[in-house]
Every structure is written in structure tokens, then in C-alpha cells.
Design a protein around this ligand. Structure first.
Ligand SMILES: [Zn+2]
Length: 350
């Protein structure tokens, strides 16, 4: 009788433990500006590559060489959507195919035709980050670090008062760590970067130092150098930027998995804001560059079924990411506009 009771209690506690491990309590949203699905799923493009750094013979090896974290850790434990060669499609729903409308669609879960310019003022549409920030468990624990200064308007920080750290801005907090003080200083000593931008490595280190010291529950990182080097037509630097971002995401994942606050209860979603054209038009995006509405999505974390590279036919739109993030945290995102449906396969095992 006693043994039966012990076994019963053991099973009960194991069940509880398994449930606990599947619970997502924190979420990291990462945007990579204008990184094409072609590079994510096929690696360096044979028509464009001018040096051999990311070249190997097969597509499978090339994509792994370019983005090793995506094709080792995420492919074995998470999900990668958007390989159109397999019929799996991710697209922006907006009809503009550039940065402010793309990010607004993703973060608000809504394509608003009025949001039609990168100079658009403060976004009238509510975003999922401020929705999280209104929740008592998340208030003050939702932060953005961006390489491009338009994020202040896209997220309308004037309205919601969230921490949205932009190029040139220091993190000012009386509890800053020594690392945070040093990165604040570094920001003012580096050479000029692209217009209205700072290097992704600086954005990343500011984020990492903030995470280690303040333990935010929702972290949004906005990387931009892939798009900057795309527009400047430097394919080798574009590839190198993508490769460094993959390294930074790997570094971040290891940081989270070595911190009990985040370990096994933190999910990551990664996606771009738009694609790019093909062939000679790879440098550009927008309606003048066909195919630049084509994007991708990857997901990794507890409770996210292991699908690896998703090889079934399907269609995801960028406006579904916000509700998917909310559902991962057990919430339903409601806003002052309609919200795209969540992507069930991200959190429901089939
Ligand atoms: Zn962009």
C-alpha cells in the first residue's frame, strides 16, 4: 500500500514537473531586417557570391555554414517555416514590402493600409508588447532594443512609456551593472554607422547586459545590418551580418539556458520585416522588387513542438506572429484593431 502511494506521488510529481517545463513564462521576439528566406533555407546564393567564405557545395551545407544555430539547435529542437521549395510559405500581408509597415504588421498583428511610410509618425495601432506591459505580471518587464530609430514611432513609446532603447540612447537605471555603464560609454565612442542606425553588435550587447542584470520577461530585439548591407549592395557583408546575428542569437540562447530565471521557460520567435528581390534586384525590396513580400519564421522553446524544417504545404502571414506570442504566454491579444489568428502549430503538438 505504501509503495503504491509512493509510486502514485512520484508519478504525480513527475507529471507536474513535465507541465512546469512546458510552461512559457518569458518570450524573446527577434526581428532581422530584410534577411531573405533564400539565404535562411539555401545559404549563400551562387549567383551573387563573390568570395568563398560561406560557400560549400550543397545547399544543406551552405545554410548550416551561414546560420549554424538555426540549422543545428533550432532545426533539432524547434521549428523553421518558410521554405517555399517545400511549399511552406510565410508572407507579409501588407502591400508595401518595406520596414515600418512590416514591423507594424508583425507587432500589432494587423495590416493597416494607412501605415504606408518609414517616416510614418507615432503608430495609432496598439501592439502586442504594450498589451503584455499592461498585464500585472509583465508591467515594466517588457523591453525593446533596436538598431534603427524608427522603432520609437512604430511601437509608439510616447503612448505606452515602455523601454524602447534606440541608437544613441543610454540605458539609464540606478541599478545599472558595470557592464551596462561600459556599453553606454562605448556607444558614444564608435564610428558613425548607417543613417539612424547603430551596429547590431552594440544593440545585442546592450540587450544582453540588461537581461543579465534586470531579468525582463519580454524582450524584443530589432536587428538591422542585413538590410543596411543589402541596400549598399555588398553581398559578402550582408551574409556576414546574417552569420553574426545567428551567433548572437546562439549566444543569447546559451545565456538564457544558463540562468535559472529563464532556463526551460523562455521561448524565442525570429522573423524578418520583409524579404528582398531576386537576381539583380536582391539589394532592394518594396513593390518594385518582386518576391520581397516573402518571409520566414522560426520558433524555439518549451512547449513548442519539434518540427524542424517544416516540409508541409502551408501559408503563414506576418500578422499572425503577435497573437502567437500572446498564446505562448497563455494570453489572448486584444487591441484597438482586428488581430491576425495565432499559428497553432507553434504551440499545439499534432
Ligand atoms: Zn526593413
Amino acid at each position: 500500500m505504501k509503495i503504491r502511494l509512493l509510486v502514485f506521488l512520484l508519478l504525480l510529481s513527475l507529471g507536474g514537473f513535465a507541465q512546469q517545463q512546458d510552461k512559457v513564462e518569458n518570450i524573446i521576439l527577434i526581428s532581422i531586417d530584410g534577411l531573405r528566406w533564400q539565404e535562411v533555407f539555401k545559404g549563400a546564393d551562387s549567383l551573387l557570391i563573390e568570395n568563398k567564405k560561406f560557400w560549400v557545395d550543397t545547399e544543406a551545407e551552405r545554410r548550416e555554414k551561414l546560420m549554424p544555430f538555426f540549422w543545428n539547435t533550432i532545426a533539432s529542437k524547434g521549428q523553421l517555416y518558410g521554405n517555399r521549395a517545400l511549399g511552406n510559405k510565410v508572407d507579409v500581408k501588407n502591400e508595401y514590402w518595406f520596414s515600418y509597415p512590416g514591423r507594424s504588421e508583425t507587432l500589432c498583428g494587423y495590416y493597416d493600409p494607412k501605415v504606408n511610410s518609414n517616416e510614418y509618425p507615432n503608430n495609432p495601432n496598439e501592439n502586442v508588447l504594450e498589451f503584455f506591459n499592461k498585464h500585472q505580471d509583465y508591467h515594466g518587464k517588457v523591453v525593446t532594443f533596436a538598431s534603427w530609430d524608427a522603432l520609437g514611432r512604430i511601437l509608439n513609446r510616447d503612448r505606452n512609456g515602455m523601454l524602447v532603447n534606440l541608437p544613441g540612447e543610454d540605458v539609464l537605471d540606478k541599478n545599472n551593472s558595470e557592464a551596462q555603464h561600459l556599453i553606454n560609454e562605448l556607444q558614444h565612442l564608435i564610428p558613425d554607422h548607417f543613417h539612424e542606425c547603430r551596429p547590431d553588435e552594440l544593440t545585442f550587447m546592450m540587450t544582453k547586459a540588461y537581461i543579465q542584470n534586470h531579468h525582463p520577461k519580454v524582450v524584443h530585439i530589432d536587428f538591422g545590418d542585413t538590410d543596411n548591407y543589402g541596400h549598399s549592395g555588398e553581398y559578402a557583408k550582408y551574409l556576414s551580418a546574417a552569420n553574426r546575428i545567428d551567433k548572437m542569437i546562439s549566444n543569447l540562447w546559451n545565456t538564457l539556458q544558463n540562468d535559472p530565471f529563464y532556463k526551460d521557460k523562455t521561448a524565442i520567435l525570429v522573423y524578418p520585416d520583409h524579404g528582398r528581390g531576386t537576381g539583380d534586384k536582391w539589394t532592394d525590396h518594396g513593390t518594385g522588387a518582386p518576391h520581397s513580400n516573402e518571409t520566414w519564421l522560426v520558433a524555439l522553446g518549451p512547449g513548442i513542438p519539434t518540427l524542424g524544417e517544416v516540409a508541409v504545404e502551408g501559408q503563414i502571414y506576418q500578422d499572425q506572429i503577435a497573437q502567437t506570442a500572446a498564446h505562448l504566454l497563455g494570453m489572448t491579444f486584444k487591441a484597438n484593431h482586428p488581430v491576425g489568428a495565432s499559428i497553432e502549430s507553434v504551440y499545439v503538438a499534432k
